[in-house]
Structures are given as C-alpha cells and as structure tokens.
Design a protein around this ligand. Structure first.
Ligand code: NAI
Length: 255
C-alpha cells in the first residue's frame, strides 16, 4: 500500500479523493488549512515551505503520490489568493516533494486543474506567464490590477496545467508520472459559492455541460484512482477532462 499526500483534503473533491484512497488501504497525509495531518496555508511561501517540511517528516522522505486538490474559486476573498493557492500552492509543494517521490521508485502526482484552464482568452497571458516564470509578486500584482477573478482563475488553471505538463517530461525520464484532471462544474462548496454569488451566479448556472448536470466529487476521485493505479502505467502528461463534455462543447477542434 502507498503513502499519499492530498492537499485540500478537508472538503469537496479532496475529501472524496481521501475517502477513495483510504478505502483502498492507502496511508494518507491530509493537508489543509486546519483539522488535517498537515495544517498549512498554501497561499504563502512560508506556508508552502511548512507544508513541504511537515509532509516530508510524516512520510520519512519517501512518498508514493501527491494529489494536489487545494484551490480557491472566483469568490476568493482576494484575486491574489487565486494565484497563490491555485498555482504556487501546487507548483512549490510538488517541487518540494519531488525527491521524496523519486525515492519511492515510481512516484506519481495528479493535479486538479479545471476546464477553465483551456478557456483563456489570450495565450500566452501575462498573468500566466508571470506564474510560469515563478514571479509570484508580479503575478499577484497583475491579478490585483485586473480585478477580474474569472481571468485570474483561468490563468491560474492554465499555468498550473502547463507546469504539470512540463514537469511530466522531466518526471517521465525518472520513472515518475504526473497527470492533470480538468473537472467541469462539480457540486462542492466552491461551486456553490460561485452559484450563490451575485457577480458570477447567472453565468455559472448557464454554463451547463452537454450531459445536462454538474459532476459529483466521487466522479473526479474515480479519475484520480485511475491515474494513480497501474492501469494508467503509460499515462503521463495527460489532461483528463472529467466534465460531462464541456470542453468538447467549447472547443471541439482543439485538443
Ligand atoms: P472546496 O472549496 O470544496 O475544497 C477546497 C479545499 O482547499 C478546502 O478544504 C480548502 O480549505 C482548501 N484550501 C483552500 N485554500 C487553501 C490554502 N491556502 N491552503 C491550504 N488549503 C487550502 O473546493 P473543490 O471544488 O473541492 O475544489 C478542489 C479543486 O478542484 C480546486 O483546485 C478547484 O479549483 C478545482 N475545481 C473545482 C471545480 C468545481 O466545480 N467544484 C471545477 C474545476 C476545478
């Protein structure tokens, strides 16, 4: 059985991922803001460093997998927070655990991205470019200046997907695998907060997948199960859309 770190473990998709992995007998290191095995704030560099150190100590520097679920949506208290958690909270956490994942022999990771990551209006986008350059201060500044949570969210998910795909090339050479899941709308507290928000509620309500419903967290956890299993032994650097056909609806000609 494996030792697996899951960020955003306290709610929504992360909680469902934990239920699945625990039922399969794996040992979990739950990471979240509170009430977790590792309590840390992934929005700040200090919090991310603490999260890495505590995770390394919990797994004795040998980790089989990471599932990076922690994220904030368009209703986050500040636009900069979207950049800090959704991009740097994933990239720096994974970077910090890379050697521990390598030590397991065939470390794996799954990043929870979003269909929103493929809906960038302009690519390359300055905000996404700053994230990919590792320039957190600039990305924060651009996000705050834009004052557009939807743009910051799309940029963070685009950038974290590109980060994951680039990493998968390096990791593949070391016998490790990294994949991204791009969920469509999934019934979680994050999704409900968007639906209930006067600024975004109408657009979120009208953005319905061809299958006519939102997904449930277990359907994303099923994808994680597959990407961490030997059934996906040759799957690396992929973006798995679990979205009821939403991505196909928006951009059928691009894949
Ligand atoms: P959620 O709000 O139910 O869970 C997110 C978890 O992340 C919470 O437990 C929260 O405490 C944790 N978190 C937030 N900020 C943190 C921080 N600074 N440090 C540590 N932990 C922090 O949300 P949900 O829906 O389960 O989202 C999980 C992931 O799925 C996110 O990355 C989100 O962007 C992504 N996603 C969600 C979709 C949806 O419709 N629910 C659609 C597409 C992607």
């Amino acid at each position: 059985m494996s030792t697996i770190a899951v960020t955003g473990a306290a709610s929504g998709i992360g909680a469902a991922v934990c239920r699945h992995l625990e039922a399969a007998g794996h040992t979990l290191i739950r990471v979240d803001l509170r009430d977790a095995d590792v309590n840390a704030d992934l929005s700040s560099a200090a919090g991310r460093q603490a999260a890495v150190e505590q995770t390394l100590s919990a797994c004795n520097n040998r980790l089989d997998a990471v599932v990076a679920c922690a994220g904030v949506g368009v209703t986050a208290p500040s636009v900069g927070l979207i950049v800090g958690v959704n991009y740097f909270g994933v990239s720096e956490y994974l970077d910090g655990l890379e050697d521990a994942l390598a030590a397991s022999g065939n470390g794996k990771a799954v990043i929870i991205g979003s269909v929103a990551g493929s809906h960038m209006v302009a690519t390359p986008h300055p905000m996404a470019a700053a994230m990919l350059e590792g320039d957190e201060a600039k990305a924060y500044q651009l996000a705050e200046e834009s004052a557009n949570p939807s743009a910051a969210y799309a940029a963070s998910k685009y950038a974290v997907t590109v980060f994951g795909r680039r990493k998968s090339v390096e990791w593949g050479k070391r016998g490790m695998r990294l994949n991204i899941i791009a969920p469509g709308a999934v019934e979680t507290p994050l999704h409900k907060a968007s639906l209930d928000d006067a600024r975004f509620g109408e657009a979120v309500k009208n953005f319905v997948a061809p299958m006519g419903r939102a997904g449930v967290p277990d359907e994303i956890a099923d994808g994680v199960d597959f990407l961490l299993s030997d059934q996906s032994a040759f799957v690396n650097g992929s973006v798995l859309f679990i979205d009821g056909g939403m991505d196909a609806m928006v951009r059928a000609n691009t894949f």
